[in-house]
Design a protein around this ligand. Structure first.
Ligand code: NAD
Length: 462
């Protein structure tokens, strides 16, 4: 049966409108005042602390079930509210969160036993965690943080991006409903109806919050790391994809365009530019344009595009972030073919549409004279974020050289970038990737502190 887009849009608008909160509306985890939100999370944390691991896992299972049930609705809400991304891809991202964000199994105990007894190193909760979330993956970040933090025995106060507040509120309410439905406490995660820099400052300074987690651009990560508290910083990237002459070029074109266009390039790990050895540039471009729906932009179109997606100071035009390729082309007066997924061109690494993290399906190709030149260019383009980098090569020595030079939290070889999130690749999923502070792909154990528990001269039964 064909989906009536305008009917779905009306339903979503209706739901979003109903989500505009009235005081005392009794929605779970949603407060007008940040101090009240923190107090509620603190009270909930006292209960969470007493829950068995099994009880925590029951809440998490129910959250997973509800994410699956509401995956499509939430995806439509996110696109409707933020104007960014792709509904189909956001549905996939929601299901991925439900299936692959680790729960309590992530928390491991270390033990030493011997003549002098038994010593355990256990991972305990911090208490109430303050988390700041982006508009690019609004619900996915709420789920990554809430599931991981709860699995570790914490509760969480969110200060979400104002552009995604209703979407975020829906996710937070849903997590609390899940908890209540299986006998858990309310307010395992909380937020405010109007998140601002002031509510963020209250949260960051509050004495009941010992750990802050920032997922977003450089500004918020620096703010959290300057707070005087422990901080986990999941910041910006500008991931290059290197293609050398040993790669399967046709497959590289497919993988790179699939990764780059996923959710209109919103994920921070997504391919943002290509660096290819001179001898393969034409072949790569051929497959990208003839088989992968890439539109090859002329010099004149590129100039218009650069002037549209950025201002003269190089700041991103928010109306372009997360838009699809056809919409971006329409903004510069180009009617692109129906199958267009991505915009491509060949230029030097300094081109603003290559050097900047755009979060749009625009994929410039930088030619390199040899492998060493390509590595140097990729290191330059990544801007020291140490976030993500990708490579298409069948030469293991070169891959190793690249991995060491890039020194990133994520490096995908011979696949699309999203394989790093466990989507078409092995491993778990998160949408908080802390390259700057070293946790890498965060999970429950990232939100714990180590404790040593020692029994002297007993309980060694070897
Ligand atoms: P953004 O930096 O504009 O906003 C992120 C959050 O930080 C929002 O809640 C915003 O209100 C808040 N914020 C911004 N500046 C702040 C400050 N000085 N003090 C306190 N709060 C502040 O980012 P965005 O547009 O929502 O998301 C895109 C950016 O986030 C990109 O740079 C992307 O690479 C990055 N990102 C990184 C990860 C990761 O896991 N490393 C994940 C998603 C997004």
């Amino acid at each position: 049966m064909a989906v009536d887009e305008s009917m779905v849009r009306n339903i979503v608008q209706d739901i979003v409108a109903k989500m505009t909160l009235k005081e005392g509306s009794g929605r779970h985890g949603i407060f007008d005042d940040m101090n009240d939100a923190i107090e509620a999370a603190k009270a909930s944390e006292k209960i969470v602390k007493t829950l068995s691991l099994d009880a925590r896992e029951k809440i998490i299972s129910r959250i997973r079930q509800k994410i699956h049930e509401n995956a499509e609705l939430m995806a439509r809400m996110a696109v409707e509210e933020t104007g960014m991304g792709n509904v189909g891809h956001k549905i996939l991202k929601n299901h991925l969160c439900a299936d692959k964000i680790p729960g309590t199994e992530d928390i491991k105990t270390l033990a030493w036993s011997g003549d002098r007894g038994l010593t355990l190193e256990e991972m305990g909760p911090f208490g109430v965690i303050g988390a700041i979330t982006p508009c690019t993956n609004p619900q996915e970040t709420i789920f990554s943080n809430t599931i991981g933090m709860l699995a570790a025995g914490n509760t969480v106060v969110f200060n979400p991006h104002p552009q995604a507040v209703n979407t975020t509120i829906f996710a937070i309410n849903m997590c609390n409903e899940a908890s209540l439905e299986v006998g858990g406490p309310d307010n395992i995660c909380v937020t405010v109806t109007k998140p601002t820099m002031q509510t963020s400052a209250i949260m960051m300074k509050h004495p009941d919050i010992p750990l802050l987690v920032a997922t977003g651009g450089p500004g918020v990560v620096t703010a959290v790391l300057s707070s005087g508290k422990r901080g986990i910083g999941a910041g910006a990237g500008n991931p290059p994809a290197l293609v050398d002459e040993t790669a399967d070029i046709r497959k590289a074109a497919e993988d790179i365009v699939n990764g780059c266009t996923f959710d209109n390039n919103l994920p921070c790990i997504a391919e943002k530019e290509i660096v290819a050895i001179d001898s393969v540039v034409d072949e790569l471009l051929h497959y990208m344009t003839t088989e992968q729906g890439c539109y090859h932009a002329s010099k004149e179109e590129l100039d218009k595009l650069a002037a549209t997606v950025m201002d003269e100071k190089g700041r991103l035009n928010r109306k372009c972030v997360g838009r699809d390729a056809k919409t971006l082309l329409a903004m510069i007066g180009v009617t692109a073919p129906e199958e267009t997924r991505c915009i491509t061109f060949v230029a030097e690494k300094e081109h603003p549409l290559i050097a900047e993290e755009l979060m749009m399906p625009i994929l410039g190709i930088v030619p390199a004279k040899d492998f060493e030149d390509a590595v140097e260019k990729c290191v330059w383009l990544e801007h020291g974020n140490r976030h993500s980098a990708h490579i298409h090569s069948h030469d293991v020595t070169r891959i190793t050289r690249y991995a060491k030079a890039m020194d990133t939290a994520i490096l995908v070889k011979n696949g699309p970038s999203y394989a790093a999130l466990g989507f078409g690749g092995e491993g778990y999923c998160t949408f908080t990737i802390a390259s700057r502070t070293g946790e890498g792909l965060t999970s429950a154990k990232s939100f714990t502190k180590k404790r040593r528990c020692v029994m002297v001269d007993s309980l060694c039964i070897r």
